[in-house]
Design a protein. Structure first.
Length: 612
């Protein structure tokens, strides 16, 4: 027996020794890589003369993209994290290319773009229009266009579509699952507390259909979005006003006239200029702009490589305009860039307001709201900056609804896009209890407490009338706070704010007319307004966000040094299926519910404000 133990001990020591040796080798390798990449001179890519700027967004177009997990790209080919592209990278590349004599034209490929909000889509479309009006050709190239991608493609000088592809416009709609019957079947009791006639975020738990009030509000803002879309596309394509609406009303016959072929129908309706396979449009661009050194494609530079090659074109100035982005649901605590985490944003605001070189702060909002308490924490820190004499200008992107509007409500100025979804000034709380559900399986809760509120919020017991009254009073007080903040910031009476609040959603163009927004314009306009407010003429925007770790940076450098960007004619990164996109959307919405952590259980949130 003793011999066996000695053998096992020797084996364990051997394994430990091998493990230590391997770990040591890995540490040495890591140190070598750190030294190598820390000391190397980064060579920026060159910009070929007469090249075509390739605008090739991948994944969802967002305000600020998350830093990718490079290791997951290596070890998990089925990584389910949707890729992201920053809208500001796209806009910056287009603006630089417009004024760069080395850039002769632009090619837009949207097959790999999963989604873009109306506001971001209009921003990109306007930038493409400006590029074209500068005298440079723009080519849109795709196997299929959805409504979002076509808004951008329509601005091209020439729109190509694969003859086997499709172009389908649907108009905007808002259809929400309702769960009342399901909840009734499982015996769940959903206690809802809200203020606002149009605060429909809780309706799916109370009804099996959308209320007339919600339908009225949704028709209004969706109609405004569609009007902007149709106006932009018909102007770009030289079509008669209302042409898209007429086409959609009679689309069955439109498609029949095209022989059931979506591509032919799009050509017949003047939405595209040519039905061409890849070989045709590639040959056309090669003939006009030359070829790559290997002769396999046209003379080109990917927009990401172009951004790296033109870093010296970034605006420089004596003073900084701090741009702080509130993106995603507003939650308590710290968090990544895809959520507006209160502590993270408060830290950024505090850093900006204590930096002597910061002349003003621009709050860039792209959020449906969330925790009312977290929203107030963010607003308070912005108010502290204003008290220090630092101007605060808010700029709305795709949406600034509920809590997203709360955090900006006392800004010195508010800017929005005409298609920004804004407003939804209201508040609600939801507390489900499952006493009936448990009763179905023979489980019952009973006990004693020292006061009527003891155990009042135990989800295995029904809520008492006292508990319901306490929560409702808290919700009403939260709504009064919301109205008070907006009234103070907008120079309105609480009564006047209440008339346009009630949880109703507005398009940015309408929000301006009713006083919720000061000016219509993009982020650059808001930054210029902030500089003017601060009285500075020499300035540069500085985007505040968390930096990747040193290890992530090293890994990214290593992988980027080994990577070769595929030419534009290699469309191996195909678009995802509609079913997969829907599954990812449902996953995102489910995860959003998990993030809600308001200590008071009060939420200023617009669940119907995401429109793509």
């Amino acid at each position: 027996m003793q011999g066996i133990w000695k053998a096992l001990k020797a084996l364990i020591n051997t394994i430990q020794g091998v493990g230590t040796f391997v770990a040591g080798i890995l540490v040495i390798l890591a140190l070598v890589l750190v030294v190598r990449f820390a000391n190397r001179t980064v060579e920026l890519p060159g910009v070929p003369n007469g090249s075509v700027l390739v605008l090739w967004p991948e994944g969802n177009v967002v305000e600020q993209a998350q830093y990718p997990n490079r290791l997951s790209l290596i070890f998990n080919s089925f990584d389910q994290q949707p890729p992201e592209t920053s809208v500001h990278d796209i806009l910056t590349a287009i603006e630089r290319g417009k004024n760069d004599s080395r850039i002769a034209a632009m090619a837009i490929l949207t097959d790999n773009m999963w989604g873009v909000s109306p506001a971001h889509g209009h921003e990109i479309a306007e930038a493409v229009r400006s590029f074209r009006e500068a005298g440079k050709e723009v080519y849109a190239i795709s196997s299929e266009y959805d409504q979002a991608s076509y808004l951008i493609a329509a601005e091209a000088t020439k729109v190509f579509l694969n003859p086997a592809g499709s172009l389908l416009l649907t108009g905007y709609g808002q259809y929400v699952p309702h769960f009342k019957q399901l909840l009734d079947k499982v015996g769940a009791t959903v206690n809802v507390f809200r203020v606002g006639t149009y605060k429909s975020a809780v309706e799916p738990y109370l009804r099996d259909d959308m209320s007339e009030a919600a339908k009225t509000a949704n028709r209004a803002f969706l109609g405004a979005l569609w009007e902007s879309y149709e106006s932009s596309v018909t102007r770009a394509r030289g079509l008669e006003a209302g042409a898209l609406s007429r086409m959609l009303t009679d689309f069955s016959n439109v498609l029949k006239a095209g022989g059931g072929n979506f591509a032919q129908a799009a050509l017949d309706q003047g939405l595209v200029d040519a039905l061409a396979p890849r070989s045709d449009w590639r040959a056309e661009l090669m003939d006009k702009y030359g070829t790559t050194p290997d002769g396999v494609s046209f003379n080109q530079i990917h927009y990401q490589a172009y951004l790296g090659a033109t870093q010296n074109m970034a605006k420089r100035g004596d003073k900084a305009i701090a741009v702080i982005t509130a993106q995603g649901e507003i939650v308590m605590g710290d968090g990544p860039i895809n959520v507006a985490a209160a502590e993270t944003l408060v830290r950024h605001i505090r850093e900006a307001r204590t930096d002597e070189n910061v002349a003003a702060i621009v709050l860039r909002v792209d959020s449906p709201g969330g925790s009312a308490f977290a929203s107030e924490l963010i607003r308070q820190e912005l108010a502290a900056a204003q008290a220090d004499g630092i101007p605060v200008i808010s700029s709305f992107a795709s949406m600034a609804a509920s809590g997203g509007y709360w955090i900006a409500s006392t800004s010195d100025e508010i800017w929005a896009e005409p298609t920004t979804i804004t407003g939804s000034i209201g508040i609600f709380g939801v507390i489900p209890t499952f006493e009936n559900t448990l009763d179905k399986i023979g489980v019952h809760t009973d006990g004693v407490g020292t006061s009527p509120l003891a155990g009042a919020f135990d989800v295995s017991r029904p809520m008492s009338e006292t508990a319901k009254d306490v929560v409702q009073q808290s919700i009403e007080e939260g709504y009064r706070q919301f109205l008070t903040r907006v009234a103070a910031g907008r120079g309105m009476s609480i009564e006047d704010v209440d008339k346009i609040a009630q949880g109703r959603v507005w398009a940015g163009s309408v929000a301006q007319t009713i006083g919720l927004v000061d000016n219509l314009g993009g982020l650059d306009d808001a930054i210029a307004a902030a500089a003017a407010k601060a009285g500075v003429t020499s300035y540069e925007p500085v985007f505040y966000r968390d930096s990747p770790s040193n290890l992530d940076t090293i890994i990214a450098d290593i992988l980027d040094s080994l990577a070769v960007k595929a030419p534009v004619d290699d469309l191996s990164l195909i678009s995802q299926s509609p079913m997969f996109k829907t599954a990812m959307m449902l996953k995102t919405e489910a995860m959003a519910l998990v993030k809600f952590n308001d200590p008071m259980g009060r939420y200023a949130l617009c669940l119907e404000c995401s429109v793509r």
